[in-house]
Design a protein around this ligand. Structure first.
Ligand SMILES: Nc1ncnc2c1ncn2[C@@H]1O[C@H](COP(=O)(O)OP(=O)(O)OP(=O)(O)O)[C@@H](O)[C@H]1O
Length: 272
């Protein structure tokens, strides 16, 4: 299957690239009061692919990531990750709202990096990374520390493992946050505008780390970004959102080079 397999419901089935579909939104609607933020949304992401969500402010991109992190619940529809319902579980042949234990299990497959880093300020860098693997996955402290060192090396921060987050620049903190997310060995990494809180001179270092991860691992990435050249570099697929729906999708060269919709052209004209 080629990387330009369409993802919208209007374009029919979306078989996964390697046969496995990692994320599936099925008729998902999310409202905040009268504001319909996601409108009967269908889309899926194939395992190992890097998918970027673009679109105007308020079009629902971050809401999608927050639903996947179970920070929000859909009003209608279902979400599956790795073939398991995130929003529901099957009991006695019936689909019922998911319980906490089920949600925790499915969510182990998902890592997220937030705009604001969200590191634990009172823990040193190494402990920030080992904490969840030890407490949630039950890894031994030694194994977790070995893995944390490998990851810190990968994000170029090995010499800072004994510092507190407050002693690091924003860009360095964000690279620690990336290492922390990867330490849980998630199948999918969610990236929510991870450079938008950074001083401009720190952006490139973080994006380089993510480019390296995209190139060197088989992790699935779902990324919300306003960094269009980064999106062009790492994406197998770009989804253009408008008013809570996928307006169009395709490989970056198509979306950035020859979009179908005027609305996409206008949006890209404003941000590029
Ligand atoms: N907790 C909330 N309560 C009420 N409204 C919300 C909440 N979270 C998001 N919204 C609204 O949902 C809509 C979509 O927000 P979302 O953050 O998903 O958009 P976005 O496409 O990521 O925008 P941006 O590019 O500006 O981050 C917006 O109108 C926003 O005001």
């Amino acid at each position: 299957m080629s990387a330009d397999t369409p993802l919208t419901k209007d374009s029919g089935a979306n078989p996964a690239v390697d046969g496995s579909e990692l994320i599936r939104f099925d008729k998902v609607t999310k409202r905040f009061g009268a504001n319909v933020v996601l409108d009967d949304l269908d889309f899926s992401v194939a395992s190992g692919k890097h998918v970027t969500l673009i679109g105007p402010s308020g079009s629902g991109k971050t809401t999608i990531l927050r639903l996947l992190m179970t920070l929000l619940k859909p009003d209608e529809g279902t979400i599956k990750v790795g073939g398991e319902y995130l929003t529901h579980e099957e009991k006695n042949g019936k689909l019922v709202p998911a319980g906490e234990k089920h949600v925790r299990e499915v969510r182990k497959n998902i890592g997220m990096v937030f705009q604001q880093f969200n590191l634990f300020p009172n823990m040193k860098v190494l402990r920030n990374i080992t904490e969840a693997p030890v407490t949630v996955l039950g890894m031994s402290k030694d194994a977790a520390e070995e893995r944390a060192r490998e990851l810190l090396d990968q994000v170029g921060l090995l010499e800072h493992l004994d510092k507190y987050p407050g002693q690091l620049s924003g860009g360095q903190q964000q690279r620690v946050a990336i290492a922390r997310a990867l330490a849980m060995r998630p199948q999918v990494l969610l990236l929510d505008e991870v450079t938008s809180a950074l001083d401009p001179e720190l952006v490139a270092g973080v994006l380089d780390v993510l480019r390296d991860i995209a190139r060197s691992t088989d992790i699935t990435m779902l990324c919300v970004t306003h960094e269009m050249s980064f999106a062009r570099d790492i994406s197998d697929q770009v989804l253009m959102f408008d008013s809570g729906r996928v307006l169009e999708s395709g490989p970056p060269e198509k979306i950035f080079g020859d979009p179908e919709h005027d609305r996409t052209r206008e949006f890209l004209g404003a941000v590029l």
